[in-house]
Design a protein around this ligand. Sequence first.
Ligand code: ZN
Length: 434
Amino acid sequence: MEHQPAIADPPLDAVGEAIYGLARQLYPICRSITGDGVRQSLAILGGTVPLDIHEVATGTAAFDWTIPREWLCRSATVTDSGGHVVLDFADHNLHVLNYSMPFSGTVSLDELKRHTYSLPDQPDLIPYRTSYYAENWGLCMQHSRLARLPEGMYRVEIDTEFKDGSLSYGEYLHRGETDREFLLSAHICHPSLANDNCSGLALLASLANHLRSKKTRYSYRFLFAPGTIGSLAWLSRNEDKTALIDHGLVVSCVGDGGGPTYKRSRRGNAYIDRAMAHVLAHRAKTATLLDFSPYGYDERQFCSPGFDLPVGLFQRSAFGTFPEYHTSADNLDFIKPLHLAWSWRIVMDVVEIVEGDWTPVSQCQKGEPQLGRRGLYAALGGDKSTGLSSMSLLWVLNLADGTNSLLAMAERSGLSFRELAGAAKLLRLHGLLS
Ligand code: ZN
């Protein structure tokens, strides 16, 4: 492992357990893009970090979109002619198509199958399906169960309701020395899916709580909003604030052992893109860097051309690439405290870069300074007690011509930001850098 972090960390295992514990509280709730599931989830997150809760009324315009009616699901069952319940929403909230219309009637097996989603290739899993913007009634079930249903008539009762209400989102702003912002966002609309995205919500709430007591240079804005429509609502109500955003990350699927994966912002070479690339190169041999594409999570809205914010997407396994994705197998066994802790560590590394970067200027530009007479010879000679390599001192001194930030030095030298920051601190202490 590398050197002491700039911002003192709690131990990683405690971090992982705390994030996992929060994800476990969020997991059972039937969330959607509106409704009490979102409010309950915000209340749980609010137990970790104080949130400002915003309600945006049904019918409110958000650019080209409109805040929909609130949806709630009380119950849903399918019963065969013998009175046996073959599907029950009470068993798993993925059993109901999210935003399903209410329905009450007796239908043939064929008709039931036309309205029931299943996964023939993963017959024991319940799929997650939504129909936010098309009116339909629907159910989801294991293909193994659906395929075994005998011909006959089935009683379907879907007790859902649409009503005028509001869309809810939560925000927490940690104020730093400047009003320049780092935006961290996670979607809060998925029901019982642990990695996508109880993991991201819990990680960001824990991170916000960690930063609360810290003095930071940047201000950190945490946003917990329903996917797409929630970020659109936030953007439409905060257009004036978007100019303050210097860095941003959308965080999802951060509890599994795959990846890590980073999708660059639309700009492609924003500071956040460079910082994430640097951290992943030093933290994980298995990291994948992807260029921006207009498919994914809320980075799609933050990176729409009228905003083009420097916001990337951080994940472990990329969405859509793991077999558990959008199924009942994305459960609390699929995410692990250790993976959550490492994901937290990666985001904190980026926070430390954003906080700790500066552009040093060497006070000795002509020839190398004589390190021996300043007591820096031991560090150069490989004294491990400083934790600094000779190369880090030499790189910082050489690149400190006033044009390179520490991140640029890290990129050019191949050394870690943390190591170069330690070297720069030592050299500054000895009056060799300003
Ligand atoms: Zn999803």
